[in-house]
Design a protein around this ligand. Sequence first.
Ligand code: NAD
Length: 288
Amino acid sequence: MTERIDGHTLLIGLMAYPIRHSMSPTMHNNAFAKLGLNYAYLAFEIDNKKLPSAIESIRTLDMRGSNVSMPNKQKVLPLLDKLDPAAEMCGAVNTIVNDDGILTGYTTDGIGFMKSLDDEGINIRGHKMTLAGAGGAGTAIAVQAALDGVSEMSIFNLHDAEWENAKHNVDLINERTSCHATLHELEDRDDFKKEIQDSYIYTDATGVGMKPLEDKTLVDDPSWLRKDLIVFDTVYAPRTTKLMKVAQEAGVEHVFNGLGMMLEQGAAAFKLWTGEDMPVDYIRHILF
Ligand code: NAD
C-alpha cells in the first residue's frame, strides 16, 4: 500500500453506517493495485446526519467519487447534481462519480445482476422474469432488467412496507420501458406458482434464505421448477441457499447465488470511476 500512495493518489469513499464489515475496500484496493491505478478506497462511518457534509467533502477534497450504502442510498439523491436514469427510476444511488465538482449518482446493483448472467452466457433480454421482492435489491434488478430489454416481469411482494414501492416500480417500468410489468401478492401461492412456471427466470430478492431465515425459501416444492428455468437467489451467504437446494433437487441446470452480482456491481462502479475493467476473477479469488 505505501508503495502505491503518493501525492497524486485520488480518494474514493464508501459512506454508510454501519460499514466496517464491508468487503468493498478489499475489493477495490486490490483491483487498483493489480492494475497499477493511483486510487485509494476508504470506508467512512456516515449516517444521515453527517451525509450532507460528507457529500460536500467529495467536492472539497476533489475525490473521484464514493459508494453509498444504507442508510444513505435514498437520502443522498437531493445532494447530487445529476442522476443516471436507472438511479432516478430506483430513487436510490450506490455510486457517485465526481467530474470536476459535478456529482452524478448511479445505481449498479441491477447492472451487476444483468452482467453476472451475461458472464454465465445467459441472456434474459426478450424473456419473462418472475421476481420476488421489491426492496433495494429487487427495485434495482427490476429497473435494470426492464431497461435492458426483459420483455415481461411479474413482481411478487408481501403486503408489507414495500408493497407501495412495488406498485410504484411496476407503474414506472410500464411508463418508461418497453417491459410489461405486473404486481402480484406473494400470499397467493397458486398465482406465484403459475407465474414462475410461465417464466424464463425466477429471481428471489427478498433475503429469505439468509440469516435469520437460513432454512427458509419461498419456493419449497421442486415440482414448481422446470429443469430449464433459470433460478437466481441474490443471497451469497450462505453460498447455497435453501432455494438453490430445492432447485438442484428439481434438476434445474442454471442455479445462481448473488456472488456474481456482488462482484459485478463493484466492477460497474470501478469502471465508472477509473474507466478500466475490474479484474473480476482475480478479485473473486482474493475475496472468496
Ligand atoms: P430490503 O429490506 O430493501 O427488501 C427486502 C424485500 O424482501 C422486500 O420486498 C420485502 O417485502 C421482502 N421480504 C422481506 N422479508 C420477507 C419474507 N419473510 N417473505 C417474503 N418477502 C420478504 O432488502 P434488500 O437490500 O433489497 O436485500 C434483499 C436481499 O438481496 C438480501 O438478501 C441482500 O443480501 C441481497 N442483496 C444482494 C446483493 C448482491 O450484490 N448480491 C445486493 C443487494 C442486496
